[in-house]
Design a protein around this ligand. Structure first.
Ligand code: G3I
Ligand code: 9MR
Length: 570
């Protein structure tokens, strides 16, 4: 979205837009399933109860006591909560002493269907090397950008003169037009896991993409767009290039206007292993639809693992002259990537050498993020159906439950009833919270203890409005939504609404984007990470979007949608 728009146009568009008055209560702006835990958070008040009125007849449907006031340390607010889980299908609003305090509250089992589909569909909008036609992209149709048929090596003397590869397709990583293997790894895994966990339902899903008529499920077609690109990133020796980008980030322009030279940069151990893991996963999943691709993916995975075994600690180092994303952090050891890749390869091949490579000393109690994929292996190892030794399965289950219990405790004890830990307030905090929701869902699948499911619900509630900013962080979904993301197409396309279905990175105190000439409004509130957010395209640290943030949103909203509708989890 352009933020400088003639006032008249702006007023006309605003009249049609979704921005509405805020009533104060923090709830999930899309609503709740009938059986779901439903919690309302409101600023401290002397009142003792909240009345829920049925909007079809104006009558009181439920009166719920308010909890004792509590301070949420991450926003500094003193709030009280009311539980309205007892409300069944209908349309309601909350009142205190006769004054309305909430938006409309929808209770209906299908409330997350649209947002989960939109979160998945967004990956289509991120496609590199192709035009988006109005048939599939509506008003966000655009010209093709980045053919990537001629991609060079950086530094240019690092390979024989004239060396280049063709590396088309793939998804743009985020608000920029780079393509990064490390981030593709966890994103692809998460989307494919949604397919694996709810196969019968997800199979039927139509995303309205160019491949929708094929026999392969749409979600697999969309992911294939990125897997095809990833395959081109493997060098002949098996190592995988870390990223494909220009030397510098381009301006706020459309894809076709960014014509600067593109490079692949370095082969690294983490990129190669993340590649191996998702190729091994894909080999299983795509087998019934495309046996040839399945074989190709598995061969690529094995070759990559082999390269990494011979080159176990080549970490990314940004070369002089390159300024795009790094997807590297100083604590990186590569051990978590070995664990994950070996786990996936063992499940696919049942070969002993992979089993032997499973080293659980890298188990830790962090939900997954691009910089630590150990938990992706934990999910696999904790599932007894995957055929690992009993002790190993038990150890993974224990690890899963340690994290799930920490999160559940926060839901049960914190003033906002949210599954959020102190370390979660980082760049991309919303994705950390989404991944926390997925940890809780996995604990629910394992134990069938509904308290974990309730915690996962709270993670989604937070993203869709039950937060101190009183905003839905997902573009296009909610009453007050994120409108001005750091997302080049949304900034440059001249269309008021941003591309729909995108999750903003979210609040934290880092403020890395606040500098002279960029984001000069200091939006960071010291000591209050949950309030340190600005809905402005200047804010790449709090309001960018990214594939590894949308993937857990799609999983979480999708899984809760299916569970609300009575589908049994995995
Ligand atoms: O790991 C440390 C932690 O120990 C410390 O307590 C915490 C305090 O802030 O920082 C943690 O490191 C942060 C790291 O992410 C992990 O959360 C860094 O400060 C933070 O700068 C870093 O942010 C990354 C950002 O790139 C800058 O490198 C984001 O995770 C990552 O999602 C983001 O990715 C970018 C790509 O590079 C380029 N494309 C867009 C994409 C999204 O913004
Ligand atoms: O657009 C870039 C975004 O994808 C990255 O996350 C961010 C941090 O690496 O950088 C953004 O690009 C900015 C660059 O770092 C500094 N000049 C302004 C660029 C766009 O606003």
């Amino acid at each position: 979205m352009r933020y400088i728009i003639p006032l008249i146009v702006m007023a006309a568009t605003l009249a049609n837009s979704q921005i509405t008055k805020t009533f104060g209560a923090r709830i999930n702006q899309l609503g709740y399933g009938e059986q779901a835990k439903k919690i309302l958070v409101y600023k401290a008040t002397d009142a003792q109860a909240v009345e829920f009125r049925d909007l079809s007849n104006g009558k009181t449907a439920l009166t719920s006591p308010l909890s004792a006031p509590g301070v949420w340390e991450y926003s500094g607010e003193t709030v009280r909560k009311a539980d309205f889980s007892a409300l069944k299908k209908g349309l309601y609003a909350a009142y205190i002493n006769g004054n309305r305090i909430s938006d409309n509250i929808v209770v209906q089992n299908n409330v997350y269907e649209d947002v989960y589909i939109a979160a998945l569909k967004w990956f289509y909008y991120q496609r590199a090397s192709t035009a988006l036609s109005p048939e599939f992209a509506g008003k966000w149709a655009r010209a093709a950008g980045h053919p990537d048929t001629e991609v060079y090596y950086f530094p240019e003397n690092g390979k024989p003169a004239g060396w280049k590869i063709s590396s088309p397709k793939g998804w743009y990583d985020a608000g920029d037009y780079g393509k990064y293997i490390v981030n593709s790894g966890i994103s692809v895994f998460t989307l494919l896991q949604l397919y694996e966990h709810f196969e019968n339902e997800v199979k039927k899903l139509s995303l309205n993409i160019p491949e929708s008529k094929s026999k392969t499920p749409d979600i697999l077609e969309e992911v294939r767009w990125n897997l095809d690109w990833m395959l081109t990133m493997q060098d002949t020796d098996g190592g995988v290039f870390h990223k494909l980008t220009t030397a510098r980030f381009c301006g706020h322009i459309m894809p076709d206007a960014d014509t600067a030279k593109r490079y692949v940069v370095m082969k690294t151990t983490p990129a190669t292993l993340d590649f191996a893991a998702v190729m091994a996963q894909a080999a299983r999943i795509y087998k019934p639809f495309d046996a040839k691709f399945s074989q190709q993916a598995l061969a690529a995975a094995e070759k990559a693992f082999d390269w990494a075994s011979k080159n176990p600690s080549i970490m990314f180092k940004q070369p002089d002259g390159v300024f795009t994303g790094q997807y590297h952090h100083n604590a990186e050891t590569g051990k978590d990537e070995f664990l994950w890749a070996a786990t996936e390869l063992y499940i696919t091949t049942k070969k002993n050498n992979y089993k032997q490579a499973i080293d659980t000393t890298s188990f830790n109690t962090h939900a997954p993020w691009w910089g630590d994929v150990n938990f992706l292996a934990v999910y696999r190892l904790a599932n007894s159906k995957n055929g690992f030794d009993k002790n190993l399965t038990k150890a993974a289950q224990d690890t899963l439950l340690v994290v799930a219990n920490m999160l559940r405790d926060e839901v049960e004890k914190s003033a906002y009833a949210l599954p959020v830990l102190k370390w979660n307030w980082v760049w991309g905090s919303n994705s950390v919270i989404a991944n926390n929701g997925i940890v809780l869902l996995n604990a629910y699948y394992l134990t069938k203890d509904k308290r974990y499911l309730d915690g996962a619900q709270r993670a989604l509630d937070y993203l869709l409005g039950a937060n101190p900013m009183d905003i839905s962080y997902v573009s296009g979904y909610g009453n007050r939504t994120m409108m001005d993301p750091h997302h080049r197409p949304s900034e440059a396309d001249g269309i008021f609404e941003p591309v729909p279905g995108m999750l903003a990175g979210g609040p934290h105190e880092g403020g890395q984007d606040i500098k002279p000439g960029n984001c000069e409004t200091n939006y960071v509130q010291k000591g209050k990470p949950a309030l340190s957010y600005i809905d402005h395209n200047c804010s790449y640290a709090s309001n960018e979007v990214a594939i590894n943030w949308n993937a857990p949103l799609a999983y979480l909203a999708g899984a809760l949608h299916f569970l609300n509708n009575g589908v049994k989890g995995p």
